[in-house]
Design a protein around this ligand. Sequence first.
Ligand SMILES: C[S@@+](CC[C@H](N)C(=O)[O-])C[C@H]1O[C@@H](n2cnc3c(N)ncnc32)[C@H](O)[C@@H]1O
Length: 198
Amino acid sequence: MTNKLSAEAYFDELASEYEDEGVDSALQTSHLVEAKKIFAKYQIKEGTILDLACGTGLLSQVLEGHFQFTGMDISERMLDSAAQRGYQTIHKPLEAGLSEVADQSYDFVVCLTALLCIENIQPVLNDMKRIARTGVLFTLEEITEEFLAEFPAPAYNHTHLRFPEAKEEYRVFGWTTPKGLDMYIRMILIETEHQEHH
Ligand SMILES: C[S@@+](CC[C@H](N)C(=O)[O-])C[C@H]1O[C@@H](n2cnc3c(N)ncnc32)[C@H](O)[C@@H]1O
């Protein structure tokens, strides 16, 4: 079909250079800035966070407060960096690992710039809501033909999905690819029904 790499191979290879331009620069990435704004807006300052496809654990560097992070990722090398930032780690693809996580076992479930790597995200979204006591926060990326031509692993567009129950849902500039493509994302926050306990 195509000569794409698997997501695991691609992100393992990318891990060592993921923050090449420096942590400060990585922390300017729009999805991290927006996550920080949303947590601040709702005055969320503590709790447990399951950071799905956590990469190097940058979320822990941007949120202000006292959080305990657990990261699930397909790339062991990304998880090595996250572990150095204090993450508990689970080395599994979300498609297989999430079903093993107990109901309402984390306050928040976050998944930033990763659902583009997963073809069938509905079960993943269902698991995220099942696992979160308070809320889920995720991004959906606008995948263009140009992006598909450039991205070394398979990518899928989920921006047709709608979330009428969302507390926050907006389109924002995401990041610029190595070849200079501007990527747009939707930030989506859904409160889960268990919120009243917190
Ligand atoms: C662009 S990085 C984003 C990392 C982090 N969320 C951030 O915002 O900096 C995408 C991450 O998704 C992970 N990933 C891709 N497909 C995955 C899958 N099916 N299951 C788990 N992790 C996956 C990659 O290994 C990589 O760490």
